[in-house]
Design a protein around this ligand. Structure first.
Ligand SMILES: Nc1nc2c(c(=O)[nH]1)N[C@@H](CN(C=O)c1ccc(C(=O)N[C@@H](CCC(=O)O)C(=O)O)cc1)CN2
Ligand SMILES: NCC(=O)N[C@@H]1O[C@H](COP(=O)([O-])[O-])[C@@H](O)[C@H]1O
Length: 204
């Protein structure tokens, strides 16, 4: 269903996502409901076949496939990403399961205006190699009783940026990766929306 993504709010959002983009979708719904004063304006994915790219096409969200396939040089990919964000007049960037490290140009251009959601209570279970279900598997293997999600500023070190907000969920006896993922992921959208509401007040 195409959404009328006219100027919903002053803050123009760019999404970076590799797979399903669940947080990008939740943020977009919040914008269309008037719960977040922002306008989804661009999706960049490194995976042309991803469900998030299909979703963007269905709702009429401008979308770009930018990846190492087209830009083998990481610096050139970094330059292409920041150029695309600037060309679409993006004010803030949301990483919604974007599975690649971002480069210096993009980080510098959006310092303080780029947020990531990670499915653990950082600094626990973060960093290179720790993403998606690998995080939940590690939490279960460690017999943790609590987990959650973290929204943080995106800085050079993977998952090392300033923590903006965290949610906490119980790890229950008998939990599997799938059940824990579902419980944590259900908190990611609201956590990111709340963080963006604060950011919108600051940048607009
Ligand atoms: N410069 C930064 N770039 C990114 C950050 C960050 O904090 N600073 N956050 C990541 C977080 N992330 C998911 O949101 C993430 C972290 C680590 C990895 C990872 O190890 N990726 C593997 C490849 C995985 C794959 O291709 O499926 C790797 O790079 O070897 C992925 C995601 C996003 N970028
Ligand atoms: N390090 C970041 C990370 O692991 N992000 C995680 O990837 C999943 C992507 O799923 P989605 O594409 O369906 O939203 C999300 O659940 C998010 O927590």
């Amino acid at each position: 269903m195409r959404l009328d993504l006219m100027q919903l709010g002053l803050m123009r959002l760019g999404f970076l996502s590799s797979h399903g983009g669940s947080t990008a979708r939740a943020v977009t719904v919040a914008c269309t409901r008037g719960e977040l004063a922002a306008t989804p304006a661009l999706l960049i994915s490194n995976n042309s076949a991803s469900p998030v790219m299909q979703w963007a096409g269905e709702i009429g969200l401008p979308r770009l496939h930018l990846s190492r396939a087209a830009y083998p040089d990481p610096d050139e990919l970094d330059a292409a990403i920041v150029a695309a964000l600037r060309a679409h007049q993006i004010d803030a960037v949301v990483l919604s399961g974007y599975m690649k490290a971002l480069g210096t140009r993009t980080l510098t251009a959006y310092r303080g205006r780029m947020l990531n959601v990670h499915p653990s209570l950082l600094p626990l279970y973060g960093g290179r190699g720790m993403y998606g279900d690998l995080v939940h598997a590690a939490v279960l293997a460690a017999d943790e009783t609590v987990s959650g999600a973290t929204v943080h500023q995106v800085e050079a070190g993977i998952d090392e940026g300033t923590v903006v907000a965290q949610s906490r969920v119980a790890v229950l006896p008998g939990d599997t990766v799938a059940t824990l993922r579902a419980r944590v992921q259900a908190t990611e959208g609201p956590l990111m929306i709340a963080a963006l509401q604060k950011l919108a007040e600051a940048v607009t």
